[in-house]
Ligand binder design. Structure first.
Ligand code: ATP
Ligand code: MG
Length: 235
């Protein structure tokens, strides 16, 4: 059943626990993320950061507790599907397609299953939007290149454009600066900050990097599946 949880929060986790088989990963976690807020999550390897994003995106179910995202409770299939269409998820490990698609087509794949699918070609307006998103991440000139010819850092920016093509209300990013050199890291951080200003989404970013305060209103430190520190970032 859909429930509305008021308008202040984009994400509410209430006493959430999660496990893989008999291995507990998150334990009784409560977290509220305000609409438009930018959260950065850090913590050691294996502390449950990626698991937390999987739970919020509806790709994994909690063993206990409740999760509300964008006013809907993630406890039934239909609501999970509706929510997933409003989330841009940049996952930790990018599975690069080794097929010959253009950079623009690769961005369009972010709309797969919604406005185009097998036998249903993408509309001109969606192609234009893919180009627009590529321009936002600074890759407009590469729109017609074969994706396989791009560098790792360029592919990471394509993945960001793909995550943004649905105009998501909530953007989840898992280690977006992995594989980038320090100049490319700074560039990506500045671009994400600018995209946030332009598009106004709520963002939850997992990162080990001491990322610029440009990306965080609040930092959360996870250890062994529990919040160890949570602090507001002073502008
Ligand atoms: N599919 C899975 N099956 C079984 N255990 C898993 C699975 N995915 C993660 N785990 C385990 O759950 C724990 C938390 O994993 P998670 O990926 O959430 O950590 P993380 O904080 O994102 O780590 P990292 O910084 O290395 O990305 C780890 O002990 C990991 O081994
Ligand atoms: Mg991870």
């Amino acid at each position: 059943m859909s429930i509305h949880t008021g308008s202040h929060y984009a994400v509410v986790l209430q006493s959430v626990s999660a496990s893989y088989g008999s291995t507990a990963v998150l334990d009784n976690l409560t977290l509220r993320v305000r609409k438009g807020e930018r959260i950065v999550i850090s913590g050691p390897n294996g502390s449950g950061k990626s698991t937390l994003l999987k739970l919020i995106s509806g790709t994994m179910k909690p063993t206990d507790g409740s999760i509300d995202v964008l006013g809907l409770r993630l406890d039934n299939q239909l609501d999970r599907q509706r929510i997933r269409q409003q989330i841009g998820f940049l996952t930790q490990i990018q599975q690069d397609p080794e097929i010959a698609v253009s950079v623009c087509e690769s961005v369009l794949l972010g709309l797969w299953g919604t406005r185009f699918s097998w036998g249903k070609r993408p509309a001109k307006a969606d192609r234009d939007k893919a180009i627009d998103r590529l321009e936002l991440v600074g890759l407009g000139e590469l729109a017609h290149r074969d994706i396989r010819t791009l560098s790792g850092g360029q592919r990471q920016r394509v993945a960001l454009a793909r995550a943004l093509i649905r105009d998501p209300a909530l953007v989840l990013m898992d280690e977006p600066t992995t594989y980038l050199d320090s100049a490319a890291k700074e560039d990506l951080v500045n671009r994400i900050a600018e995209l946030h200003r332009q598009l106004g989404f709520t963002s939850i970013i997992v990162s080990h990097e001491p990322l610029s305060s440009l990306l965080s209103d609040r930092r959360i430190h996870l250890e062994s599946g529990a919040v160890k520190e949570c602090r507001e970032v002073q502008p």
